[in-house]
Design a protein around this ligand. Structure first.
Ligand code: FPP
Length: 239
């Protein structure tokens, strides 16, 4: 029997590096895009599971600023997937109370796709069961450069630059830092993902490829998180 997870041990914000789609496909003799499609179906299940677990923020790494270096057909395929997800899933996500946000540089995507993303954000802006941040054309270093540019453009005096101010200039402004970052497929790297926000995040890495990371695997990650002792650099002495 699986025991319910105590609500006070559920992370408020989970971020996921959905890695291993290519290897999942390769191991079945399928093209890489079939892996991304299977990964997209899995994402649907995991979003629903997050809503059910009472997670408030989910950030997913769907396309990095470095992914432009992949073969053109794969880049086109990933753009198409983003488009399809909005076309096919928006109504259902809206019904589930999911608020869609985008983090990264939208301006480099084709105008019709930018419009679609903006519309989806507008339609779901008042939903509050789960905030889904889609990191698409996102890079952590790029995000910091963008924040510094904004701070300079706003002529913020040097002495007013604090960690809190920098957080307010990031794409994730208004979203709490991730409590838990999950990376599938066993790689032990940060890959330019939420490099500022992850300062005190707990990491959970599993060898499972993303398309196979199901609700049970998510539960395991949450159980492991519930056992972690988070000290944020401090020590706790009994009072
Ligand atoms: C990493 O696996 C995965 C990606 C670069 C893309 C992730 C995208 C999805 C799961 C689709 C969902 C997308 C949207 C827009 C909602 P990899 O290809 O690097 O795998 P590999 O390391 O095995 O080659």
């Amino acid at each position: 029997m699986t025991l319910p997870l105590s609500p006070d041990k559920i992370p408020q914000h989970i971020a996921i590096i959905m890695d291993g789609n290519g290897r999942w496909a390769q191991s079945r003799g399928l093209p890489r895009l079939a892996g991304h499609r299977a990964g997209t179906e899995n994402l649907r299940r995991i979003i629903t599971a997050c809503v059910e677990f009472g997670i408030k923020y989910l950030t997913i790494y769907a396309f990095s600023t470095e992914n432009w270096g992949r073969p053109k057909s794969e880049v086109r395929g990933l753009m198409r997937i983003l488009e399809d997800v909005i076309d096919r899933e928006l109504d259902e996500l809206h019904k589930q109370g999911v608020q869609l946000r985008h983090i990264g540089r939208l301006e480099h995507l084709k105008p019709s796709l930018q419009k679609k993303v903006r519309k989806a954000i507008e339609i779901t802006q008042h939903n509050d069961r789960l905030v889904l941040n889609v990191a698409f054309n996102y890079g952590g270093r790029d995000e910091i450069v963008h924040a510094v540019q904004g701070i300079i453009a706003d002529r913020v005096p040097a002495e007013e630059v604090t960690p809190e101010l920098i957080s307010r200039y990031l794409y994730t402004a208004g979203t709490p830092d991730p409590d838990l970052i999950i990376r599938t497929s066993g790689e032990l790297r940060i890959s330019n993902f939420l490099i500022w926000q992850s300062a005190y995040s707990e990491w959970y890495v599993t060898p499972t490829y993303w398309p196979d990371f199901n609700e049970e695997e998510l539960r395991k990650a949450l159980e492991e998180f519930a056992r972690r002792d988070r000290r944020f650099g401090k020590i706790y002495t009994p009072s």
